[in-house]
Design a protein around this ligand. Structure first.
Ligand SMILES: Nc1ncnc2c1ncn2[C@@H]1O[C@H](COP(=O)(O)OP(=O)(O)O)[C@@H](O)[C@H]1O
Ligand SMILES: [Mg+2]
Length: 382
C-alpha cells in the first residue's frame, strides 16, 4: 500500500488504546470518537472527538475522512456502519455481523440456525413470560442488548427469583455445568483465510462477573484444544466476513464444547498476545485494516493476564505494588489511563510469562497479592 489509510475508531477505551500503541509504529492517522473526552485513547489518538456512538449522523461526520472504520465496543450505530460500507470504506466488523452480535437473542438464534452448539434457550419479551419457562431453571437471564462485562446478565436459580428479574426483551438460557470457560480468538482476512490463537482458560470473579485472570495455553487435552479451535473457526466461517472473532466457549463436565458468545473485536482474552505472541490481536487488526497478510499467532511462552480492577472506592487512580510485580522475570503491567478508578472498573492488567504452569501460578499469585489499583486520595463519606 503506497499511502497509509486513515483509520477511524468508534470507541476510545482500552482496546482502542492498545490498538493505537501498536499502530503508532507507522505514521498512521487514527481518529477516535468516544462520549468521554478523557477516554483512554485521548492521549494517543491523532484526534479524539466526543460524541454519541449510537448517533448515525455523528458517526458519519466523524468518519468522513477515514478509509477504514473499526470499532472497539459493539454498541455503535449499525446504520452508520452500513452507510460507510456502501460508500466503499473498509468497515470491520461487517455491519451485518455486528447487527447479529449486538443482540444476544439474535446471536443465540444465529448459532442455532448454523448448527453451532450452544446452551438451550428461549427468547422472551417481558419478565412475566419467564413463569412459562421454569424448565430452563437454574439458568441465566441476559438482556438482549446493552449488556457489557457481566452487566445485563443475572443468574436465575428458581421461580422465586423471577420477581427480581430484568424487565424487557431477554434471553433465558439453561445453566451449563461448566468445567472450564475458554476463549479462542479467530482472525479472518478478506480472502476467508483464518488463523486461531491458542485457547485460553478464563477464570471469572464470581462477584463482579468479569474475567479475573486468564492463562494461555488452557490446561486441556489436545483433542479438546483442536475441537475448541475448530468450533471457533466454524463460528467465524458462519459470520463469513473479515474481522477478529473472540469466541467464548464453555467446556462442560461431560466434555462437550458450547459457544457462549462472540465478540467481533479485540477482546480481554487476547491481551496477553501483546507480549506472548509474535503477532498480537491488535497487530492482526492493524493488518486487517491495512489489507496486509495475517500474522503468526504462535504462543511463545506460557502466559497469564490478570485484570487490575479498581478497589477501595472512587478517585484518581494509583497503582500499588508494581515494584513487586516487576521483580518477576517477565511481567508487563498496563494501565489504561482512565481518569477515575471505581470499584470493579477495569483499570489495567498485568501480563506475566513463565516456562511452566507452576511458575505461572506463582506469578499470578504475586500479582494478585501485591498489585492493586486504588484511589490516590480516597473519597470518604464521613
Ligand atoms: N448458560 C450459562 N451457564 C453457565 N454460566 C453462564 C451461562 N451464561 C453465562 N454464564 C456466566 O456468566 C458470564 C457472563 O455471561 P456472558 O453471556 O458471557 O455475558 P457478558 O456479555 O457479560 O460477557 C459467563 O462468562 C459465565 O461465567
Ligand atoms: Mg462474555
Amino acid at each position: 500500500m503506497s499511502t497509509l489509510p486513515t483509520i477511524a475508531l468508534l470507541g476510545g477505551g482500552q482496546l482502542g488504546r492498545m490498538f493505537i500503541e501498536n499502530a503508532l509504529r507507522f505514521p498512521l492517522q487514527v481518529l477516535v470518537i468516544d462520549p468521554d473526552p478523557e477516554a483512554p485513547c485521548a492521549s494517543l489518538a491523532s484526534d479524539l472527538r466526543t460524541g454519541d456512538l449510537l448517533n448515525e449522523q455523528v458517526i458519519l461526520e466523524h468518519t468522513r475522512n477515514a478509509d477504514v472504520v473499526g470499532i472497539e465496543i459493539e454498541h455503535v450505530s449499525v446504520q452508520a456502519m452500513q452507510r460507510l460500507k456502501a460508500m466503499g470504506k473498509r468497515v470491520i466488523p461487517d455491519p451485518d455481523v455486528l447487527r447479529i452480535i449486538q443482540d444476544k437473542g439474535s446471536q443465540k438464534r444465529f448459532y442455532q440456525e448454523h448448527g453451532i452448539p450452544t446452551s438451550p434457550f428461549v427468547l422472551i419479551g417481558s419478565r412475566d413470560e419467564l413463569h412459562a419457562h421454569t424448565d430452563l431453571l437454574p439458568g441465566f437471564l441476559k438482556s438482549r442488548s446493552g449488556g457489557y462485562d457481566g452487566r445485563g446478565v443475572m443468574a436465575l436459580r428458581t421461580g422465586t427469583d423471577i420477581a427480581g428479574a430484568f424487565e424487557g426483551p431477554c434471553v433465558l438460557e439453561k445453566q451449563v455445568d461448566v468445567a472450564m470457560e475458554l476463549a479462542v480468538i479467530v482472525v479472518r482476512d478478506s480472502h476467508g483465510q483464518q488463523v486461531t490463537y491458542d485457547p485460553v482458560e478464563m477464570v471469572f470473579d464470581p462477584v463482579l462477573n468479569l474475567v479475573d485472570h486468564l492463562r494461555a495455553p488452557a490446561r486441556i487435552a489436545e483433542p479438546v484444544e483442536r475441537q475448541a479451535r475448530s468450533l471457533a473457526m466454524r463460528v467465524a466461517d458462519a459470520f463469513g466476513a473479515p474481522g477478529i472473532y473472540a469466541v467464548e466457549l464453555f467446556l462442560t463436565r461431560t466434555g462437550e464444547l458450547l459457544v457462549n458468545e462472540t465478540a467481533p473485536r479485540a477482546h480481554n482474552s487476547g491481551h496477553h498476545t501483546i507480549e506472548a505472541c509474535a503477532s498480537s490481536q491488535f497487530d492482526q487488526l492493524l493488518r486487517l485494516y491495512l489489507g496486509w497478510p495475517l500474522g503468526d499467532t504462535t504462543l511463545r511462552s506460557h502466559a497469564a493476564m490478570i485484570n487490575l480492577v479498581g478497589e477501595g472506592g472512587k478517585g484518581s487512580p494509583m497503582i500499588e505494588g508494581a515494584e513487586k510485580v516487576l521483580e518477576l522475570s517477565a511481567a508487563y503491567p498496563h494501565l489504561y489511563g482512565k481518569k477515575e478508578t471505581r470499584n470493579g472498573r477495569k483499570m489495567g492488567h498485568v501480563t506475566v510469562m513463565a516456562a511452566t504452569h507452576e511458575a505461572l501460578d506463582h506469578a499470578i499469585a504475586t500479582v494478585k497479592a501485591h498489585c492493586h489499583v486504588v484511589p490516590a486520595r480516597p473519597i470518604t463519606t464521613t
